[in-house]
Design a protein around this ligand. Structure first.
Ligand code: HEM
Ligand code: HEM
Ligand code: FE2
Length: 466
């Protein structure tokens, strides 16, 4: 850590991890409710569990992105953050808004929450990931504006690196792409358009640029490779992302009442969307091979190299499998979609967040890297979580395929509940793998409490004697 104002990243990272923990608890409850539909009913109905799970996901990722921005922007700009105080106030506002919203979900029936928070004046609620009441949505915009003001002012007074421009530009994009959340017309086709501009626009457009910028920063720092090389890669990755991802949004327009040409446009362009993810893998390994130094933080290197691989599998491969129109015809909205959603969100955005946390947290705590034993814990947590998520993905994929065959095709398709019954084995596997994931998360979180910093002298002695 080079600038003392970078310290404001710390509360963001800690809150991100705490909310991540909450997300997984709700995931486990949702998984149990699949197996026993009466579990915690009516106190905690499935729709509430599910939206708590997905909303916590989005909030903790935003927390991590903001923390990353407050950490990276001053270091890249070679100057203190414009206003560390504003960043801290913003943190507490965001955390309080998130906590109040979650309490609203848990303790007030959703329709009543909508009535209480002005949904009649400007309807925005009730869509997946965008379930937040109007005041929360306005709060999100204000928090984003505060972040953008702060980092943009920092950029203006400091050094303007390409990496900083990409990062800050994509944070502006993130905020602008949230605005369709306030557009919820009665026309369901138009409403779907607006919803996908956010959901798809974020994960298959703007956030990919954030992903590239964060990985780029970590890899510059850890490998010592020239930033010119990193920037060239990032430009190509950004170009490919935008060329495929913008029109690729058509893969959500196939059967929603949109013009038929989207069948072709969506299929062709979205089929190319795995390319930028593949480029990210190539980029990360190229940096590894050209590295000019051995960074003592092995755990952060593991996260940073694994992120593009798992992102490619979840977004690129699992996304590709369901993206062509004739396939979507059968798999739309099945657990195949959830399989893809889990591995993509985890591999790309959860893992890149954990990468920057792994790199920056030791520095924020005043050391270049944690002790080897703390790193071993962290890496054990890494492997358990990654392995468990792959099992969750395979289980959900199995369930999705069964639905496509038994419920969506053939001469005598079965009813939804009959098919759900036949898929129970997959839901059991998901739940056990979920428990595995939870234990991996505990091991990972535990690594923060193992004291000690990296001791160069004793490591060197060990290496010599070995
Ligand atoms: C990291 C990037 C990505 C993330 C986080 C992500 C996440 C998701 C999520 C959560 C959904 C479900 C949305 C819903 O609730 O209805 C979804 C749907 C979908 N994704 Fe992705 N995705 C990513 C990249 C991709 C890519 C690269 C492709 C294509 C190659 C793709 C293809 C699809 C398709 C076709 C659907 C619609 C599935 C359906 O409606 O049944 N995704 N994605
Ligand atoms: C203990 C591990 C987890 C379990 C048991 C779990 C379980 C669930 C369940 C039951 C749902 C609802 C599916 C439905 O509505 O049919 C869900 C949705 C979702 N979860 Fe998880 N989850 C876990 C971890 C995660 C992680 C780590 C992430 C991302 C980093 C994640 C992202 C999502 C997303 C994006 C959805 C919405 C998917 C869709 O609409 O297709 N989950 N999860
Ligand atoms: Fe998409």
């Amino acid at each position: 850590m080079k600038y003392s104002s970078q310290k404001v990243a710390m509360p963001y990272f800690i809150a991100a991890l705490a909310l991540f923990f909450g997300q997984i608890v709700f995931g486990l409850i949702a998984g149990l409710q699949y197996l026993d539909g009466t579990f915690l009913f009516p106190d905690l109905p499935f729709n509430v569990t599910r939206m708590s799970h997905t909303n916590l996901l989005i909030v903790w990722l935003l927390m991590a992105f903001m923390g990353a921005a407050y950490y990276i922007v001053p270091e890249e700009a070679q100057t203190e953050l414009y206003s560390p105080k504003l960043a801290l106030v913003t943190f507490w506002v965001f955390l309080a808004a998130a906590a109040l919203t979650l309490a609203g979900y848990l303790f007030v029936p959703y329709s009543q929450l909508a009535a209480m928070t002005g949904d009649a004046i400007l309807p925005t609620m009730g869509r997946g990931y965008l379930e937040q009441p109007l005041p929360t949505k306005i709060g999100i915009v204000l928090v984003a504006l505060s972040l953008l003001f702060n980092v943009t002012m920092t950029l203006i007074k400091g050094r303007k690196t390409s990496l900083n421009l990409i990062l800050i530009g994509s944070l502006w994009g993130l905020a602008l792409l949230f605005l369709p959340a306030f557009y919820f017309p009665d026309d369901t086709v138009k409403a779907s358009y607006g919803w996908w501009w956010i959901v798809h626009g974020w994960v298959e457009g703007d956030w990919e640029l954030i992903l590239g910028a964060l990985l780029g920063f970590i890899l510059i720092k850890m490998t010592g490779v020239d930033r010119e090389i990193v920037e060239k890669w990032l430009y190509i990755i950004i170009a490919m992302t935008l060329m495929t991802g913008i029109i690729g949004i058509g893969h959500h327009y196939y059967y929603i009442g949109a013009p038929a040409y989207w069948i072709w446009l969506g299929s062709i362009f979205s089929a190319l969307e795995p390319i930028p993810f593949l480029l990210l893998v190539a980029f990360a390994f190229k940096m590894l091979l050209q590295r000019r130094r051995e960074h003592p933080n092995k755990a952060a290197m593991l996260w940073a190299l694994a992120t593009p691989i798992v992102a490619f599998l979840g977004a690129g491969l699992w996304g590709f499998m369901i993206t062509l129109a004739p396939v979507q015809y059968y798999t739309h909205g099945t657990n195949f979609t959830a399989a893809h959603g889990h591995l993509a969100f985890f591999g790309a955005y959860a893992m890149v967040s954990l990468s920057i946390i792994s790199y920056a947290m030791p520095l924020l705590r005043g050391r270049e890297a944690n002790s080897p034993s703390a790193q071993r814990w962290e890496m054990t947590g890494f492997w358990i979580m990654v392995f468990s998520m792959i099992v969750i993905t395979l289980a959900l994929t199995g369930a999705g395929i069964v639905t496509a065959f038994l419920q969506r095709s053939g001469d005598n398709p079965l009813g939804f509940m009959q098919v759900q019954d036949k898929e129970r084995v997959f839901f059991w596997i998901r739940e056990f793998a979920g428990l595995g994931f939870f234990s991996g998360l505990l091991v990972y979180l535990g690594s923060f409490f193992i004291s000690g910093e990296y001791d160069y002298a004793s490591e060197a002695k060990q290496a010599l004697s070995a």
